[in-house]
Ligand binder design. Structure first.
Ligand SMILES: [Fe+2]
Length: 216
């Protein structure tokens, strides 16, 4: 849920004819509204056993690799906030996902030799003063039994953790995905569905989406 700027609240209250006393109380009301926490999801079996040498937030380009990752380049950005809407600064955001062929960089992955060595598979970012993070990765793809998703783990400076997954809004596999469907609260399910659109002005031919994360 987006908390409207105070000016917007004022206009809305004035339009609906709410009296002065209610208007004066409005900022406190806005602060009291809690954001819906991002649902926790299973870590799954493919969190890296050994982290790659390159763990930066650009998964498309592995340091020293001759070729970039196969797949549709996708920029994922967002903000990490608490339920009161306050940005969480200095949190570590980790993502991991399979390559464009559906293969994870993990010893438990069958057919591991075929994995795309140009795809980093795992990356890290640290949230800035406004709670913002960003990654350059590939559009997630489906693999056996799962709709496209990116695994996320957030660890705050004071040790709070959230493990979850991000999905592509409108993907035809979403309705059949047991992990996604296990999120019963429709507001929480909506939170993990990210619309991808052309990353105009950011990178030609790439996609971009926003995944905001709310810690309980
Ligand atoms: Fe997965």
């Amino acid at each position: 849920m987006i908390i409207p700027p105070r000016g917007m609240v004022r206009r809305r209250l004035l339009q609906t004819g709410v009296g002065t006393s209610a208007f004066l109380a409005a900022p406190a009301l806005v602060r009291a509204q809690a954001l819906v926490p991002t649902p926790a999801q299973t870590e799954g079996p493919f969190y890296p056993v050994m982290l790659p040498q390159d763990v930066d937030n650009d998964l498309v380009q592995v340091h020293g690799a001759a070729t970039p990752a196969k797949g549709a380049v996708t920029h994922i950005s967002g903000r990490v906030r608490d339920a009161a809407g306050q940005p969480i600064v200095g949190a570590q955001v980790e993502i991991w996902q399979c390559d464009a062929q559906g293969l994870y960089d993990h010893p438990g992955q069958s057919d591991l030799a075929r994995r795309d060595k140009g795809f980093q598979g795992f990356g890290r970012a640290t949230t800035l003063v406004d709670g913002a993070y960003r990654f350059r990765t590939i559009r997630p793809v489906a693999y056996s039994g799962r709709t496209p998703h990116i695994h996320f783990r957030v660890i705050t400076a004071d040790g709070r953790r959230l493990t979850t997954q991000m999905y592509v809004a409108g993907d035809p596999g979403n309705d059949r995905d047991g992990v996604l469907r296990a999120i019963r609260d429709p507001r929480q399910r909506q939170q993990v569905l990210v619309s991808l659109a052309p990353a105009d002005g950011l990178e030609g031919g790439a996609l971009a989406g926003v995944f905001d994360i709310v810690l309980a």
